[in-house]
Each structure stands twice: as structure tokens, then as C-alpha cells.
Design a protein around this ligand. Sequence first.
Ligand SMILES: [Zn+2]
Length: 945
Amino acid sequence: MIRHPEYTRERLAQTAQRLRAAIHPETVPPDELLVAGPVDRIPYAEAQRLEYRPAEAGERLGPLWATYWFRIGATVPAAWDGRRVELLWASRAESTLWIDGRAVQGLHGVEPSQRPDATVAWPARGGERLELEVELACNGLFGRLDHPPEVERCELALVDEDAWQRYFDFEVLRALEASDALEPGFGGHLREELNRFCTSGDDRILARLLAHRNGTRVHRVSAIGHAHIDTAWLWPIAETRRKLVRTFASQTRYMDEYPEYRFACSQAQQYAWIEESEPDLWARIRAKVDAGQFVPVGGTWVEPDCNLPSGESLLRQFVHGQRFFEDRFGSRCREFWSPDAFGYCGQLPQLMRLAGIDRFLTQKLSWNKFNRPESHTFVWQGIDGSEVLGHFPPADNYNSDVSVDEVLKTSREFKDHESSGRSLLVFGFGDGGGGPTRAMLENLRRMHDLQGLPRVEPSTSDAFFSALEAEETERPTVVGELYFEYHRGVYTSQAFVKRGNRMCEQLLHDAEFVAAARGEDTAADLDRLWKLLLLQQFHDILPGSSIGLVYDDVRRDFGELESSLHGLIGEGDALVNTVGVSRREVFDGRMVEAQPFADAQPVDAHDEVRVDGLLLENAHLRVQLAGDGRVVSVVETDTGRAALAAPGNSLELYEDRPVNFAAWDIDPSHLETRRECPPADRVEVLSAGPLRAEVAFERRVGEASTLRQVVRLDAGARRLEFHTTVDWHEEHVLLKACFPLAVHAPNATYEAPFGYAERPTHYSTSWDRARYEVPGHRFADLSEHGFGAALLTDSKYGYSCFGNELRVSLLRAPKSPDPDADMGSHEFAYALYPHAGGWRDGAVLAEAIRFNAPLRRTAGVGASFASVDDPNLVLDTIKRDGPLVLRLYEAHGGRGTAHVRLREPFAHARLANALEEPYADVQVADDALVLPYLPHQVLTVVVEP
Ligand SMILES: [Zn+2]
């Protein structure tokens, strides 16, 4: 032998091609190939009534999202009797193979590494006539195709089972030989022996090589099949429902052939869709769940965004997820499976725990642009101290192909070898679904115990985490939110979705409260509407990162939510305060007052607001506006403090051209492109007191947009409001409002789900710099000792604070994946709220709650239904699920004992988890519930009559 490794490797590659070709030694064309279409997405039964015509070779199919149905009649050659026969169906379109009216497998792509093949007879009968049907969707795994698809191949093929096995034997060994990390002694032997195999074709050579076992202590990789199916993204939900069919049909089928195979599947909503429309496939899934192969994971309704939904919404994701899994499959999930969401708020560990979940999986933080996570396996401690076991699969993806390279990467990149001996590999086509291929499962079999590789074994998430828990070791602890150092545009993109989310969360809250207070049974409606909102919180819908077709559906769904919820709340003559804070404010030209969760009453107005030119003044604030639309000064009269260090409400335009991921990202470079909007060209005093002062400013913004702002100060109000309408037609532009505050502090505070997050106002370290744009809910606050100011918003989620400049991001205009994103009219409001003391003493949260929950005109609920005597403990949700259920959370990071008074008599009350399972009695004193609470604690109280 003349030694020359490169020649040898090229020879091995050439041999691999020959081995691949030998898998299908013979093929025959079908007897006939008929086609019908284009049609919409129609059920199978309807497809049977279509008119079919002979398909023409090379026929271009379309348009995008159209469907064609093919009928294939083919005869198995006599010589193939007893053998395995496959359909080779190559097209770039996603397709479903139907046999005898059942969806049996998905098909996609043209390369052998994709899924262009499906077994159609095994063992085949010679002379047997096969009737097959293919439903072809004119879209790829990732939606739009570059070219109209066509049927590039349609044949029956004989499978040489030995050749199939030989090919994977050879390929795993060849990839191992080529890896840099291999011990050179074994590498040289592999090269020599594989070369000998090329010459002799002797299978015993491969068998001997594959028999080389691992070391006694090597990293263990738990491999779990998965198909990340974005519930909507580059395709609409209607296509998602077909992706589910294709994916689950394939995977349940492979489970027959590969009994060791385990497939993890999250998102209760996706199961619910199959249950609703595909009873046959649903039965197969249930059988495989019972067999332990098809493994429900995640515990949530969909995989939601984990920054933008409210605390209550996130909790309901778990409640509806866990209830579904328990009801249909008899058990709850123990892990929160969220491989792809864009950051994780600091209350998640507690919410998980409250829903019976103590394990967490993601890989998304591997995308961080500034600081990579320091551990793959760690304890994640929430802001309240709740702990869950977290794992980031070190392959940094959830779509592994189980190649030698990926398996080696898993072991090489794993950061916790000192404290742990295993990690997770999540494999299978994902994002657009699909899941593992048979080839991946063959690779997996060969990697079980092979010299040079970690030990790779099929596993479930439960088995993996249980094995981690059995490791006696000390793990690093990560505390608080897992801020994602990427995709900061998703707090702002598709403003209408953010607005719809905030509005519908409030509407659901109010509908639950009024039904509870008025004794109405609307539970079935509310269950349905909650699930509809939870769906919109999917991690590509609410973030604004889907195509326009998705948002057509979202507009319809928000319309349905709003009209149904307004219907449930009903009409009437009372003004109802639906939240747990008292209020005194101007409403419809009157001063009204309301206790928590009570009807408002008109009161005499002893306050007034005065207007002098552009100076607005009430008992609490003195506001000087400028003709250009800015606010020159705001003085909080109790303290005499000026809130602004320079004119505020500067509307700023930034060039917003992220280098990647237009809808997802706001890049650091945008900060260098700030320019002020032109000044207002029209100013009008709309209302000059005594109860309301309003000044309207109109201006052109950017190239083609107009903005109108009504600046409002009411009698008795402590906040200055900016009611804004924008006709927005900019491209690649980000609009922010800036308030330079007369406040100095190293951190700003942002409302987060059931809590808050503090983030730096400076760029001292890479961790600080990464937080140049951050998520927040109803308020962002900058306070120093004794004084501060908050920005309140009614539908915005993107904020930033650098030095003393507090900003809210108002609108974007990304052009991809939805070129029409954010185009058109918008309505939103924000407010400046200066306050004595810090944000806690300044009651910022209460003001933000009032700003987001206007009084509702509806049938009355009477006197205060419930109240809490302690501002730290917020009574957020009141609903009736049989018994009365209260949800409270500690909002300020303190501890104490609160008393909750209820209007209606009750027999006893108990503390419960999120699933409303009681775990302790609540003490009652003087007819009030006595609730001791801890910092950031979320409490559920079940009250029984
Ligand atoms: Zn995703």
C-alpha cells in the first residue's frame, strides 16, 4: 500500500456514493400518475371527489400555498416478492403520503438526507398493485419556495436491506476517521481498514471496526428525537396543522421499525388540533404515548414567548398545557420545553414549580451576541428563590442530524464535564417540523458504544433529567431572568399584536372578574378565549417574527377575542373598576371615585386643572409644553422636584437596518443614527379645564408618516398622558420617545411578568452593553433616593435607559419576513409619572395598573368585591372555577402579612398551586384572609362557600 491519507479519503468518499446507490438496485415507473388541483387545503374525503387527469412530466405546480393531489397506481415486479419496496418521491414541496385513506408518512426534499422515500410494501407481494396518494403542498419546510415545485421523481424502488445497513456502517466509520479529535492510533487503523473494505467489499471488516468499544468513562449523550414545529411562522396555522400530520405520521411509523426510538413532542395546542381533525392519527399517537415512545413534553399550551405575556398568561400557558396532558395522557410534564424562545423572565422557575415542573430546557441562549452562557447544566433560580434544573443541549440546536460531527461537538462543547457526565442531543428536522429520518435513527444505533465517540443512547427528557438528578454533584446556580442577547426588535415589531395582547389580557382579566362578581357562569367561553389568546403568544406570533399571512389570522383572532370578551363583560350603566387599586379620576366629564373591584361613584370635583397658553397645572403637576410637541418641564409640586433634565417627549427616528433577522433585531448600530422628528406644525388646545386639559400636536414624521399626539393632564392626576395616533409608512425606521430625567441611578426598573427586572443604565461591562434594549411591561422607572419618574405604556414592551435618558420604542418597520409589518395606522398611549420616593413608595405599579385598566361601562358589580390592605401584595386575578379563585403576587420584593377582605361570605380558603390543588389552609381573622407572603411570591387562593 502506498500511504497517502488524502487519496484514501477521496476513495472512501467515492465508495460511499457507490454504497448509497446500491440501496435501490432496481426501480420501476408507476403504471399511472394522475393529478388534481390546484385546490385549497381540503380534507382527504373531499380530495376523493376531485377530477384527476394524467400528470405531465415537468409540470410546474403552484401558486405558493396551493395543493395538488396525486394518485399513483404501480405494480410490484414479480421478482421483488418478499422484499421491501419504497416509493421514491422527490419534489421540493412538502407532501403527505396517503395509503387506504390514512396519512402514513411525510415526504420532503430531493436529497437522500431529506425525506424523499417511504416504504410502501414490506414484505411486498410480486405482481401486487399499489394504490398510493400524495397530497402535495406548494411550499417547503420553510414556507416559500424559490421556484415552483415539480415532481422530480416518482418511482417504486426495490430496497437492498444489506446495502442499506452497509451504507450506514461505512458512513459512521468514515466520518469518525475524518474527525480531528480522534485518537491517531484508532484513526490510522480506521483509514487502513476502510481502504481495505473499498478493495474487498468484505462486510466483516466493517463489523470488526464497529465492535471497537468505548472507554469506561466517556461522556454520555441522551438523544431525543424532536420536530420543532413553529405553530406559525413562515407559514400560516392552516399549514402548521398539515405539518403536524406529516410529522407525526412519519414518527409514529418509524417507532414501529425502531422500538428504541423516543420522540419528544411539546405544545398541547398541536395535539388538540390532531385530536380535533385527524382521529386515525390521534389513535396512533395515543398508542405510541402509551408505549412510551411518543413523549409529551413541555407542559404548556404552546411554546410561548417568555418575556411579553403577563404573569397570568404565562401561568395559564402551564395550566392549560398541564391539564390537557393530564386529561389525555394521564400524566403531567415535568419539564418546561422551550428550545427557541427569545429570553426567559425571572418568574418562570416559580411558575414552573407552581405547575408541577422542576426542569427546564432551552438552547436559545447559545445565540447570545455578547456573552455565551457559562454552563450547560445548572440550577436556575427565579427571582423568588424557586429553583429548577436547567439544561442547554451543547450542540446549540434542536435540529441535530445525529452526525458524528454533531455528537462530537456535543461532548467537546459541553462546559460542565467536571460536574456532570451527560448532555442532551435533540435531533430531527425542525422549525418547519419533519422530525428525524430513518437515516438519523440508523446513525444513532451505530453510535451507542463506539470507540472515539461519546456514548449515545435514545432517551426521553424524563430519563435524561432523572439521570442528572442522580448525579451527586454541585451545580452552578444562575439567578434571575435569562436575558437573551439577541432579537431585541421582537419587543416592538408588529405593534398591533402587542396592543392586541395587552388589551386582550386586560379584557380576559376583566371578563373573569365581572363574571365572578356577578355570579355568571362563563367558564366555558373563558376557557376557549384564554386558549385563543395563549395561541397568539406563540414565540413567533407575539414577537412579530411571522409572515403577513399569519398576521391576517391574528387580526381575525384578536377581533374575535375583543368582540367575544366585550360581549361577556356586557353593557350597562355602571362604571366598574376591575382592578385591585382604588382610583379617583376624570371619566366622561365627571370626577369619579372607586374602591378596588367595585363600581365607581361620581364625586364632587374639588380639583381642577388650569391652562395658560401651553402651561398646564393641577394640584400635583406643573407642566410646560413647547410648541414643537416636546415637554419643556414637569414639576411635581409636592416635592418641588423637576422631573426632566432637558425637554422630554422627544420623538426620535433611528435607522433600523439590522444585519440579520429584520423583524427580530435591533442592532447596536442604531444608536449612532438618532435624529429628532421635525417639530409639530399644528398645535391646538382641545380642552382647557377645569377637569381636563388637552393639547393636540400634529407633525410629519420621517418620509411619509404623520403623527398626532394629544397631551392630557386631568384634574387631580399625577401623570401626564400622551395619546398618540400615527399613520406609519416608513421603511427600516425605529421610532422612540425619549425623556431625559433629572434622576441619577445605576439601574432602571422594568415591569416583568408578576414582578420586575432591574437593568443597568450604563455600558460598563459586556453584560451591561448587551442590555441596550430591554423588555418591560406596563412601566419603566428610573428612581434615585427620594424621587423618580416612570414611563407608563398601554401597549409597548421595548424600553431602554442609558444614563438619565429613559426611552420607549414605539414603532418599527422591518421588511422581512412581512414586508407590510407595522405599515398603516396605530393608536397607543404612554404617560410620564413623576413621584416622590422610589418606584415602590411612589406607587408606580398601582398607577400603571390604572393606566392600563380604564373603568369599564357595564352592568354593576356593586361595592368592593375584594381588597388587600398591603400594596406589596397585588390581587391580580379573580375568577370562579367552581370555587372562587384569587391570584396574588408580591410585587415589590418584600415580605409581610396581608389581609384580604372579600365581600361574599365563605366557609374556608386554602392556598393552592397553579393547577388549583390546595396545599395549605388559609388562616382567617376578623373575616379577612390572612396571607403571609415572601418576596416575589405568587399565591393562588381557592375560596369555598
Ligand atoms: Zn421556534
